[in-house]
Design a protein around this ligand. Structure first.
Ligand code: BG6
Length: 478
C-alpha cells in the first residue's frame, strides 16, 4: 500500500457541531443555534426563539472554543496533516450584514490557524457549514434574497484577506447539493415556509428553492474569483454530498430513473461549480416541474469566472432507487433516503455501508471532471461504550475506515487523482441530523451525554492509535 507522498491525511469537523460558546466573543446566533436536540426517533425542532425549556446542542457542543489547544495537540500527536474545519460566519459578522467584522471572532481563527501551523497541520476551511446568520434568515429570507450574496462575499473576502498565507485550501458551501432536495431548504438556503411543521420535511416551493440555489451558485463563483485574486495560491473547491444511487433492478426504467436521480442530486451543483454553466439535463427538469430560475445580466459571466479548483465530497453510503419496485423496504440515509440494498450492511443509524461504492464513485467523479479530488467526510456514527479502565474498543469504526481506505487506494491505482482524506471526525462532536452526542464519529471520545452532563474530558479510542499508524505508514499499515 502506498499513497502519494504529500497525501493529506486528516480529519474534519464543523463549527456549529464542535465549538459551542454560541454567544461568546460577540458571536451572533446562526440557524443551527435554533435547532433542538433529537434522536433517531425524536426529530430535532427548529424554534424561532431560544426556548429556555429546550436544549440546543450547538450552544455548548464539545466546547472546542475553549479546548482547541488540547484538541489540536491531540490531532497533531495522531499525525494529522490536514484539519478540515469551518469558520462560523456569525463569529465574524454576528448579524451577517455589518460593514466591519468582529475582531474577537477573527482572533479566534487566527489562534486556531497558528496552532495548526505549529504542528504543520494544513487547514482546509469551509466557509459555510449549515450556519447562516439567523438575522439574514429572518430579515432577508436567506439566499432567496440577492442581497445575501453580497453579505456572503463580504464575509469571504474578509477571511481570505485576514488568513492569507495561513490557509490554502478552501471550500465554499458544505454539501451545496443539499439544496436539490426540500430538506436542505433551511440549513443551506435559509428558507423556512410558515406552513412547515417539521423542518426535515419542509413545505416546499421548488421555484423558491432553485432560485435561492442559483444565488448560492453566484455567491460561490464570486468568492472563488475573489479568493484567487487575493491569493493565487488559494485552492478553492466545491463540496458535494455524493450519495451514489444504484438501480434496484436492471429494468431499463430503473436505469433511466437512477441516471436522472444521480444527475439531479449528485451532479447538478458540481457541474455548475466546475464547468461554470448549468448542465443541459436541468432544462427538462425545470420545464417538467414548472421552475423558472430568474437570471440577471452578468450571471452567466459570474458563473464562468468562478470555477472551482478541485472536487471535494462527503461519502458515507450509497442507496438503491426503483420505480418498478418502489414499495421495497426503505433505508435511512445521509440527506437522501432510498431503497435498501440487499448486499449491504447498515450502521446502527441505518446508513448502508458501501466501501466498494467509494471506488466506484471516485472513478465516476474523476472521469467526469478530471480534477483533483479530496474526500472531506467519511466515517461511522456509533454508540461507543467506555470500558471500566477508560479505554474504548471501537473495532467496528476501524473496520469501516479500513475498508474505505483500501478502496481509496484501489481508486488511486485506477488512476484517480485523490489528494486527501479528512475523515469524519477526529473527535466526537454532535450529530447534525439528530443533534445527539450518542451518535459518535470520533477517534477521540468526549465525555458528554445527550442530557448535557459530562466532564468534557477527551479520551483517545482504539481507532485513534490505529489511524496514527495509518498516517505514519502513509496508508501501508491498515
Ligand atoms: C454530513 C454533514 O451530511 O454528514 C455533517 O456535512 C454531518 O455536518 C455528517 O455531521 C454526518 O451526519 P450526522 O447527521 O450523522 O451527523
Amino acid at each position: 500500500m502506498a499513497f502519494p507522498d504529500n497525501f493529506l491525511w486528516g480529519g474534519a469537523t464543523a463549527a456549529n457541531q464542535c465549538e459551542g460558546a454560541y454567544n461568546e466573543g460577540n458571536k451572533g446566533d446562526c440557524i443551527s443555534d435554533h435547532l433542538t436536540g433529537g434522536s433517531l426517533t425524536v426529530k430535532r425542532q427548529f424554534t424561532d426563539k431560544i426556548d429556555s425549556e429546550k436544549s440546543y446542542p450547538s450552544h455548548e457542543a464539545i466546547d472546542f472554543y475553549h479546548h482547541y489547544k488540547e484538541d489540536i495537540s491531540l490531532f497533531a500527536q495522531m499525525g494529522m496533516k490536514a484539519y478540515r474545519m469551518s469558520i462560523a460566519w456569525t463569529r465574524i459578522f454576528p448579524n451577517g450584514d455589518e460593514e466591519s467584522p468582529n475582531e474577537e471572532g477573527l482572533n479566534f481563527y487566527d489562534a486556531i490557524f497558528d496552532e495548526c501551523a505549529k504542528y504543520g497541520i494544513e487547514p482546509v476551511v469551509t466557509l459555510m457549514h449549515f450556519d447562516m446568520p439567523f438575522h439574514l434568515f429572518k430579515t432577508y429570507g436567506g439566499f432567496q434574497n440577492r442581497k445575501v450574496i453580497d453579505y456572503f462575499v463580504h464575509f469571504a473576502k474578509t477571511v481570505f484577506e485576514r488568513y492569507k498565507g495561513k490557509v490554502h485550501y478552501w471550500l465554499t458551501f458544505n454539501e451545496i447539493n443539499f439544496a436539490c432536495i426540500p430538506m436542505g431548504s433551511l440549513e443551506l438556503l435559509g428558507i423556512y415556509d410558515e406552513r412547515t411543521t417539521d423542518y426535515t420535511k419542509p413545505y416546499d416551493v421548488p421555484q423558491k428553492r432553485y432560485q435561492a440555489l442559483h444565488h448560492v451558485f453566484l455567491a460561490s463563483a464570486r468568492v472563488v474569483k475573489i479568493g484567487h485574486e487575493i491569493d493565487p495560491n488559494n485552492q478553492i473547491g466545491c463540496m458535494i454530498s455524493h450519495v451514489t444511487q444504484y438501480p434496484l433492478t436492471s429494468h431499463p426504467e430503473d436505469m433511466l430513473y437512477v441516471q436522472q436521480q444521480n444527475q439531479q442530486f449528485n451532479d447538478f451543483a458540481a457541474d455548475v461549480q466546475i464547468r461554470g454553466e448549468y448542465p443541459y439535463y436541468m432544462n427538462r427538469f425545470f420545464e417538467d416541474n414548472e421552475i423558472h430560475v430568474k437570471w440577471e445580466i452578468g450571471d452567466e459571466q459570474t458563473l464562468k469566472e468562478g470555477c472551482v479548483d478541485y472536487y471535494s465530497f462527503s461519502y458515507y453510503m450509497t442507496n438503491c432507487q426503483s420505480i418498478i419496485k418502489s414499495n421495497e423496504e426503505h433505508s435511512a440515509g445521509n440527506l437522501l433516503e432510498g431503497i435498501s440494498n440487499p448486499y449491504l450492511e447498515v450502521s446502527e443509524w441505518g446508513w448502508q455501508i458501501d466501501p466498494i461504492g467509494l471506488r466506484y464513485t471516485l472513478n465516476k467523479i474523476y472521469d467526469r471532471y478530471g480534477l483533483p479530488i479530496m474526500i472531506v467526510e467519511n466515517g461511522l456514527g456509533a454508540n461507543d461504550v467506555v470500558n471500566d479502565d477508560g479505554t474504548i474498543d471501537d473495532d467496528y469504526r476501524i473496520t469501516y475506515l479500513k475498508a474505505h481506505i483500501e478502496q481509496m487506494h484501489e481508486a488511486i491505482k485506477d488512476g484517480v487523482n485523490l489528494i486527501g482524506y479528512t475523515m469524519w471526525t477526529p473527535i466526537d462532536i454532535i450529530s447534525s441530523s439528530t443533534g445527539e452526542m450518542k451518535k459518535r464519529y470520533g477517534l477521540i471520545y468526549v465525555d458528554k451525554k445527550d442530557d448535557g452532563t459530562g466532564t468534557l474530558k477527551r479520551m483517545p479510542k482504539k481507532s485513534y492509535y490505529w489511524y496514527k499508524k495509518v498516517i505514519e505508514s502513509n496508508g501501508e499499515i491498515l
